[in-house]
Every structure is written in C-alpha cells, then in structure tokens.
Design a protein around this ligand. Structure first.
Ligand code: SF4
Length: 86
C-alpha cells in the first residue's frame, strides 16, 4: 500500500512520548464532544510533553474525531477555518 507523501515524510517520533498511550481510547474519543466528556482527556494532554506536535499534526491532517493536543474536533475545525481565511 502506498501512503501519501505527507505521511511518508512526517516525523512521527513525537508519538513515542505521548502520554495517552495506554489510556482508555474512549476517554480520547468520547461519543459526545461536551466539556464534561473531554475534560479527563484534555487534562492528560495538558501534562503531555508533545502537546504542540500532536495538535499540529491533528490540525494539518484534518483529524475529525477525538481529543488531540488538548483540542476538540470543533476547535480544530475553527483553527483550520481561521487559517484558510488569513
Ligand atoms: S497531547 Fe494528548 S492526544 Fe496528543 S499525544 Fe499527548 S496525551 Fe495524546
């Protein structure tokens, strides 16, 4: 299987330091994107040494679900929309 160039050339080393490894995936991918449902995952993110790398990756690759880098999917959509308008 061929991967897109953006995946082939992206540095994934930051993932080795991800604090969410071993956490319950449902915490990071809750059914609802409420403050209450995402609070625990976002608290883990705020302690994570690779928060900015993770957030940048999720925004650049259009991750449409879950908590990445202390952001929800709707927050990342807003960030991408603001970037497009600039
Ligand atoms: S910032 Fe959050 S989602 Fe990203 S690697 Fe760290 S703990 Fe995981």
């Amino acid at each position: 299987m061929r991967r897109s160039p953006s995946f082939e050339h992206h540095n994934f080393a930051w993932r080795l330091q991800a604090l969410c490894v071993g956490e319950d995936p449902e915490m990071f991918f809750p059914l609802a994107e409420t403050e209450r449902a995402t609070a625990r995952a976002r608290a883990v993110c705020r302690q994570c040494p690779v928060l900015l790398d993770c957030r940048d990756w999720a925004i650049r690759h259009g991750e449409t679900d879950g908590v990445w880098g202390d952001t929800t999917a709707s927050q990342r959509r807003a960030i991408r929309s603001a970037a497009v308008r600039r």
